[in-house]
Design a protein around this ligand. Sequence first.
Ligand code: FAD
Length: 486
Amino acid sequence: MVYSARTPMTALLWFRRDLRLTDNPALNAALTQGRLIPVYIHDEASHSPWPAGGAARWWLHHSLRALDGALRARGSRLIVRTGESLAVLEALLAETGAESVHWNRCYEPAAIARDTRIKQALQARGLAVHSQRAALWREPWELKTGAGEPYRVFTPFWRALSARLPELNVQPAPARLPPVPETLASETLDALRLLPRLNWADGFAAHWQPGEEGALRRLESFVDSRLPGYKTRRDFPAQPGVSGLSPHLHFGELSPQQIRAAVQRVAGAAPGADAEHFLRELGWREFAHHLLYHFPHTPEAPLYEKFAAFPWRAAADYAAQLRAWQQGLTGIPIVDAGMRELWHSGWMHNRVRMIVASFLTKNLLIPWQEGARWFWDTLLDADLANNTLGWQWSAGCGADAAPYFRIFNPLLQSQKFDAQGVYLRRWLPELAQLPDALIHAPWTASPAQLAAAKLRLDQDYPLPIVDLAASRARALAAYEPIKAAR
Ligand code: FAD
């Protein structure tokens, strides 16, 4: 049937992880139909092994509120329903008489399986289903090595991707949207119970503004003031050197194309080292999606099979140390500062993510999956592709990983990237009065130095839960049989 102005058709627009109106291909495709019903489905029964964690649910609540506000400002509104996704879509199709369903693609294995099933079921009923690429520069299946294999090494992947970046054609948000029939029922966002019951998330709002407006504001302020110097400052956790765009990207509140366009606006067509390095980091995000698509077992199991035999400690043996790591009470300041930043702000600086992950997997010999699960629940940007890559990379068992024998020394990392202890003092106030030379390793302070800093070790702040040199040697010994299996 051909759409004409006299016979508008109705389209369902299924919002998932594309919570924006700018540069939203599914929205623009759905709009060509005439009438538009924007829908969000809260599908707790989806049986995904990775349902959104606590921090991400907080973000989702606020992002959906922002999306509904943006839709209302344009004459539409968000219809929120709870239930199994296909059943909800079928009910809405029946209630609205819609003839088509539009969405932007998601790439987690469970989402791909769900979408494939839904597409087949709806098409079998004669309905039109349209899916679009909105979250990535290239689809994960579009890039292949010369041998026709998926990439496992970042540099050649990035070379191939950066040579094939899509044309920049960012679509503005529509000024007006067709109204949704008043009779069409929607649940309230509060009914979804996404917010945590305890006051854990109270501090998040001081750091973040979920939603498209917050995303665009952060993007503009980053490219205008922090992109210059990004390459050198991005490794120093005390400095505002990075973009902080990760949760916005995860929820699709802005597209990677919008980021490229903003970078190009300030850096010109020939970006310098800072802009190039920043775009390369977004390349890591694309690489992570490429890997997750081609190796869907990796959220749970190592990319390289031989690592399945790695002699991690047993859960009963490490439970107390895992808890100390989660609570930021390991006695290693840079690790504890990172873990407390995570707990209080819902985010952690990339350099510190690498340090805490190395400490967990190598010094404590705790399986990387434990760390990935904790990050999943506490990170606002928790993202199955990026988190899996980050943890497997840190543990040494993933694509392009840090070789296992390269074990971060948290003290050297701390002294190098937070020399004045600014980051440490921000998150560990009990150490604030230690001099710069001692704050990275409080256990090396003399009783007189501790007294002067008003610090009682083992009371105000723990002694290290592990000896760094001995645990390093233990990790290397554990790695020997795996190395031999190469
Ligand atoms: P910027 O430096 O401003 O980078 C811009 C964007 O590029 C980021 O928003 C992100 O989308 C992407 N990016 C940057 N570095 C990486 C990377 N190493 N891998 C993939 N994408 C990257 N990132 C997540 O978004 N979600 C996660 O769950 C996540 N878990 C991680 C776990 C571990 C153990 C490690 C080591 C890293 C993890 N990362 C994760 C990657 C990285 O730490 C964050 O993307 C980054 O710190 C976000 O801050 P930013 O937006 O200021 O980054």
